[in-house]
Design a protein around this ligand. Structure first.
Ligand code: FE2
Ligand code: FE2
Length: 363
């Protein structure tokens, strides 16, 4: 397996944490699971995907119990999967406010995984110390690796303008709080940034155009809803680098809800959180949003189930296209798969307008 731009040498704190502590699984909260299955059975494989646990420190040894339970359950169920996934992705927002206590506590839970782990940076992990401690625990913030014919790329998509990051706030804690609020005019748009875009261009430069690409980011590499940072400011520039490939799949966390879209050759799929679901932006009528820019209309199954948009999913990747099979805690299972006739991912159950549940119908 190739891992760039750097692979930490020798035992890391993560290795230490893998062997530390005992965690008991005893809850009913969710995980995300991905399975990649190619037409060639020798190339079929699966991996698990867990995201957005938002481990939150209260004081001393106290943490928010619900968020802990979500991650504990996800780890326990991932370890029990048959067949065993080849590796596990964690999609970012491990912590709520990026503290060492939260990152350590989350890392201890992730250390119970008996599988190789790859991590994506979330804004809640980053904006206290600009990713310093997270990197000590989990390694590089952007990198790539190859696995059974698929090229995987991990980006840190939650960077923003230097002025906002370095000059705006009187303390690191204040900066973290401002970025942690979902609906905050003092926030700043996320971006991948020039350095990573240059790295990405070089990373994929020599790859045959029919190599399946799977890109992991925390924020969507598309512009959905700026007020909540369901947004990446340089999304078009990143998309332009990926468009020449035949089959590109971008899988992201952050939004805590089911989203899917197709732009050119790129299919976009979100994964669900282990912590809580967000409403869809269009149901939040106080704010304008840019959801109509989506090329594929979407709807959640039912916004009034507390656990809607939390759960787990299996992904089949056949001929390089993701088919996402969502298993929701309180709702009917859903499949979002590429429709070769329309050329985009669609929900097999709720895609037709008449089958959708309109937002806020119970108010
Ligand atoms: Fe999150
Ligand atoms: Fe996030």
């Amino acid at each position: 397996m190739r891992r760039t731009p750097e692979t930490p040498a020798g035992p890391t704190r993560r290795d230490f944490l893998r062997t530390a502590g005992a965690v008991v699984a005893a809850s009913s909260l969710p995980l995300s699971t991905i399975e990649l299955a190619f037409a060639d059975p020798h190339q079929s494989f699966s991996f698990a995907y867990i995201s957005d646990s938002h481990i939150q420190h209260i004081k001393g040894t106290e943490f928010v119990r619900s968020w802990d339970r979500g991650l504990i359950r996800a780890v326990a169920e991932t370890n029990l999967l048959t067949p065993k996934p080849d590796f596990v992705m964690f999609g970012g927002d491990l912590a709520q406010l990026g503290t060492r206590a939260e990152l350590d506590h989350g890392a201890e839970m992730l250390a119970k995984l008996d599988l190789e782990l790859h991590c994506v940076m979330g804004e809640h992990d980053y904006y206290l110390d600009l990713g310093e401690y997270w990197s000590e625990l989990f390694g590089p913030q952007h990198y790539s690796f190859d696995h059974k014919g698929v090229h995987f790329v991990v980006l840190n998509s939650i960077l923003t303008h230097d002025e906002w990051t370095h000059n705006r706030w009187p303390s690191a804690e204040q900066r973290m709080l401002e970025m942690a609020l979902l609906d905050n005019p003092n926030g700043s748009p996320f971006m991948v940034g020039e350095t990573q875009r240059a790295w990405l261009a070089k990373d994929i430069e020599g790859l045959p155009r029919d190599t399946p690409l799977v890109v992991f980011s925390h924020s969507p590499i598309q512009k959905l809803f700026k007020s909540w940072n369901f947004w990446t400011d340089d999304a078009e520039q990143v998309q332009a680098l990926l468009q020449p490939f035949d089959n590109v799949n971008v899988v992201y966390g952050h939004v805590h809800q089911i989203q899917y879209n197709q732009i050119g050759n790129i299919a976009f799929h979100s994964v669900m959180a282990t912590s809580w679901p967000w409403p869809y932006p269009q149901s939040y009528s106080q704010l304008s949003n840019t959801m109509p820019k989506l090329t594929v209309p979407m709807n959640r199954a039912d916004p009034f189930f507390e656990r809607d948009a939390t759960g787990w999913q299996m992904i089949d990747l056949e001929t390089g296209r993701v088919a996402m099979r969502y298993t929701l805690n309180n709702n009917t299972d859903r499949t979002v798969a590429f429709n070769p006739i329309t050329g985009r991912p669609e929900d097999t159950l709720y895609q037709e307008p008449g089958s959708r549940i309109p937002p806020q119908v119970r108010f």
